[in-house]
Design a protein around this ligand. Structure first.
Ligand SMILES: Nc1ncnc2c1ncn2[C@@H]1O[C@H](COP(=O)(O)OP(=O)(O)OP(=O)(O)O)[C@@H](O)[C@H]1O
Length: 614
């Protein structure tokens, strides 16, 4: 299609007899005539008195340098439809320019238009969750009132000092139990059970919300009959070794005496040792030695890829704790490895299984025949993403959300990178920020311990170097039992340090974000953000190490003046009930200053020695 049509000037056919000279004179005369007409026309087009002041203003407003020829102006006003009525091209986009000399079409109609604001519309399941009560203490539910729990399990809970379920447990445990009502190998009515997502504050008891239903499967009538064969029925995936260890301990404690075997694949033991604990060869066939596997994603994929004897063909529950973090690590593709392993028929069962597994597709009558062996995903987090695109990567099946935050269906995000409607903060938490300078920061933490006696303190820094230097400085200053916790330490040392902190042998634990998520340390009264966290999720997880299980706790964040505005805004948008300013007067720190100066010099020489060593 030609967009521009330029009709060139063509002189009328001349008599072939006319001389060359006469022809050019005639041509010149015609051109002069046309120029004269044009001049007259442009004089007539000058603004007359009758023109409105609005029209004149509009002309004046044109940016400098945008002078247009009279023809150009005219071109803009003479818009006539050029398209055929049934054409796909909007008429307003094509304008026709008519002058005496030429006739061509120009494109137009590209004026700036205000971009329409697009309102975020959440899918129904995210917008309307099953609501979990925020207040733990006033919403405790007696354990006996949850139907379907085996008496042995109730006794075990009581032995562990648990008489009541927390709100998240009271909501989620019955929902998971309900999905196993028809047996472990088929869902209700033959359908695959719905996947479950849980978003509840830090320390609200999410771990037991998945541990109890998984252990309960041992007491399911069908499971009791089938238990002769040990198979991996539940897999819990956690982002770090420490978290895997913590969850493994809870599983082991509740599995004790039930016959269920819990195996951890997190690199705490050698690969070969983990392999031995997974399966054994008996009668020429490989048999599983694990019912429940707790793993970190990397180690899990290693076992799947190296075919180490981990068979996931009978997996019934896939638990993702700290699910938002697990979604972020999706680039590791661990989930696709798991899903593939889950859909690989168990050894020797090809073709003869009554129940089978097919990759998730649209549910049709044909896809459900023969009956599916269901895999149910259970997601838990204190900061579960509401980003449907991210959640989609998890391939959830008709998910059901339990949340203490009720999002509005068409709510708009608070700020880029923040959760749309904020997060829920533990009820017993009191937040403070402490204005500080670079030089008085270490003095402030010493003041908190030595003067304010706020022990034990879990203190977070943004890097392991800062954690190490602060640890050395506090140690050299004296009077405080301090320890550091970061990737500088071996897994064994990290475990030992956490234990000593829990036992009260360490008063100040200086940590990187390695201890920010999920770690459940009993009795942490106070969290200090020595370095302000950059992201709101990090803040929520850090401060969530205190005020757990309905208890109270304090969180302090040291802020430079330049950080205050952004940080306070971030915390407010995240849904904080309020953060108060805590001023520490310079006089309060004065008495420590002389010793502090001396310590700084000692620190310099210690760091120099360390540098020389490595
Ligand atoms: N029903 C209960 N009664 C008494 N204590 C409980 C109960 N449920 C859990 N707890 C205790 O509450 C503490 C926090 O539980 P848990 O670690 O499961 O929290 P969480 O929600 O997973 O926290 P985070 O989001 O930080 O991982 C634990 O010490 C746990 O033993």
């Amino acid at each position: 299609m030609s967009l521009f049509l330029v009709n060139r000037y063509l002189a009328e056919e001349e008599d072939g007899s006319a001389s060359k000279e006469t022809r050019s004179q005639l041509l010149l005369a015609k051109l002069q005539q046309k120029a004269k007409e044009k001049q007259q026309r442009s004089l007539m087009e000058r603004p007359s008195k009758g023109q409105t002041s609005q029209q004149q203003k509009r002309k004046k407003r044109k940016p400098e340098g945008s002078h247009e020829s009279p023809q150009h102006k005219k071109r803009k006003t003479q818009a006539v439809p050029l398209c055929a009525p049934d054409s796909d091209i909007p008429n307003k986009l094509v304008k026709k320019k008519k002058t005496h000399e030429s006739e061509f079409t120009v494109l137009g109609g590209f004026e700036n238009k205000a971009i329409q604001k697009v309102h975020r519309v959440l899918p129904q399941w995210l917008a309307q969750p099953d609501v979990i009560h925020k207040d733990i203490k006033s919403n405790l539910v007696p354990i006996a009132s949850i139907t379907g729990l085996a008496p042995q399990l109730i006794r075990k809970l009581q032995n562990n000092g648990i008489q009541h379920f927390f709100p998240v447990q009271a909501e989620v445990i019955p929902a998971i139990l309900e999905s196993t009502e028809q047996g472990l190998l088929v869902g209700r009515g033959g359908y695959k059970p719905r996947d479950i997502c849980v978003s509840a504050p830090t320390g609200s008891g999410k771990t037991l919300a998945f541990v109890i239903p998984v252990i309960q499967m041992r007491f399911h009538p069908q499971a009791l009959m089938e238990r002769v064969v040990c198979e991996v029925r539940a897999l819990a995936v956690l982002p770090t070794k420490e978290l895997a260890q913590q969850v493994c301990t809870v599983f082991t404690s509740y599995a004790e005496g039930t016959g269920l075997k819990v195996v951890m694949l997190a690199g705490q033991k050698s690969f070969a040792a983990e392999q031995t604990s997974l399966s054994e060869l008996r009668g020429g066939r490989r048999r599983s030695l694990a019912d429940i596997v707790v793993a970190t994603p990397g180690r899990l994929v290693d076992h799947i890829n190296k075919n180490s004897g981990l068979c996931l063909g009978h997996l019934r529950f896939l638990v993702m704790d700290e699910a938002d973090r697990m979604v972020d690590s999706m680039h590791q593709l661990w989930l696709s490895h798991v899903v593939k392993a889950v859909h690989t028929p168990p050894n020797g069962a090809e073709g003869r299984a009554i129940f089978r597994r097919t990759e998730p597709v649209h549910v049709t009558a044909a896809s459900l025949s023969p009956p599916q062996m269901p895999l149910q995903k259970l997601l838990f987090s204190a900061t579960l993403t509401q980003n449907p695109e991210k959640l989609q990567q998890l391939g959830l099946h008709q998910p059901r959300l339990f949340s203490s935050i009720h999002a509005q269906p068409n709510s708009t995000p608070a700020a880029p990178g923040l959760a749309p409607d904020g997060f829920d903060f533990p009820q017993g938490l009191t937040e403070y920020y402490v204005p500080c300078t670079l030089s008085n920061k270490p003095l402030l933490i010493l003041h908190f311990i030595l003067r304010m006696k706020l022990i034990p303190i879990l203190c977070f820094t943004n890097s392991r170097e800062t954690a190490h230097r602060l640890f050395l400085l506090v140690q050299l200053f004296g009077g405080v039992h301090a320890a550091e916790f970061s990737s500088r330490l071996s897994p064994g040392d990290r475990k030992k340090t956490l234990k000593e902190f829990e036992q009260g042998k360490v008063q100040l634990l200086i940590s990187t974000d390695a201890a920010a998520r999920g770690i459940d340390i009993n009795g942490v009264k106070c969290v200090v953000n020595y370095d302000a966290p950059q992201f709101v999720r990090t803040y929520i997880h850090r401060i969530g190490r205190t005020a757990r299980a309905g208890k109270s706790g304090l969180a302090f964040t040291f802020l430079f003046r330049v950080q205050e505005k952004r940080f306070l805004q971030m915390v407010q948008q995240a849904g904080s009930p309020g953060i108060q300013k805590q001023l520490i007067k310079p006089q309060s720190l004065q008495s420590m200053e002389a010793r502090y100066e001396q310590t700084l010099q000692e620190l310099a020489s210690v760091l120099k020695d360390e540098k020389a060593k490595y």
